[in-house]
Design a protein around this ligand. Structure first.
Ligand SMILES: [Zn+2]
Length: 175
């Protein structure tokens, strides 16, 4: 019995060759499993990182934003204030000019008209410019405003005649 057991055991025990083959197979299995596990782990990591990487991707907008120099909010506020004052000053100056031109009799020191006639306009209507107040005395005329999406060459609009256009018409009829 004691002599048989090792025999029986030996029959179950793998030969060195078989053992070697088994080890190789096991190693291959482990290798495959590890490879699969790593692949899965990497895929998992990337599926999590995906949105992050996408959000980190450089777009033209982000590049533009990143290249903007820092501007102190206080500086922006001051610039806005100054622009507001500048606009108010501009409006006030425009109002004063209008007032002066409306009050001007367009008569020079010798009692003659200070309005100079200007011709050669495409609509063939004369205009006048007062030498004293520099008023531009125009008829009803078309002007071109700032362009918009529909009018890339500017928005045409009709302007009512200058309130003193009568003077130009009188001078024109005298000539
Ligand atoms: Zn005038």
């Amino acid at each position: 019995m004691s002599t048989e057991q090792p025999k029986e055991n030996r029959s179950f025990a793998p030969s060195p060759e078989a053992l070697g083959a088994q080890t190789a197979m096991a190693a291959a299995d482990v290798k495959g499993l590890v490879a699969a596990a790593v692949k899965e782990a990497v895929a998992g990591v990337f599926s999590q990182l995906g949105p992050l990487l996408e959000s980190m991707a450089i777009t033209p907008e982000k590049l533009r934003e990143a290249n903007k120099p820092y501007k102190d909010p206080a500086v922006i506020a001051r610039e806005l204030r100054e622009m507001l004052i500048w606009k108010e000053d501009e409006a006030e100056a425009r109002r004063q000019t209008e007032e002066r031109q409306n009050a001007c009799p367009h008569i020079d020191n010798n009692g003659r008209s200070s309005v100079q006639l200007v011709h050669n306009f495409p609509d063939r209507q004369p205009r006048g410019i007062c030498a004293k107040c520099h008023a531009y005395i125009h008829p009803r005329e078309w002007r071109i405003g700032a362009p918009d999406a529909k009018h890339p060459r500017g928005v045409p609009f009709l302007v009512e005649p200058h309130r003193h256009y009568q003077i130009v018409m009188q001078l024109e009829s005298q000539n």
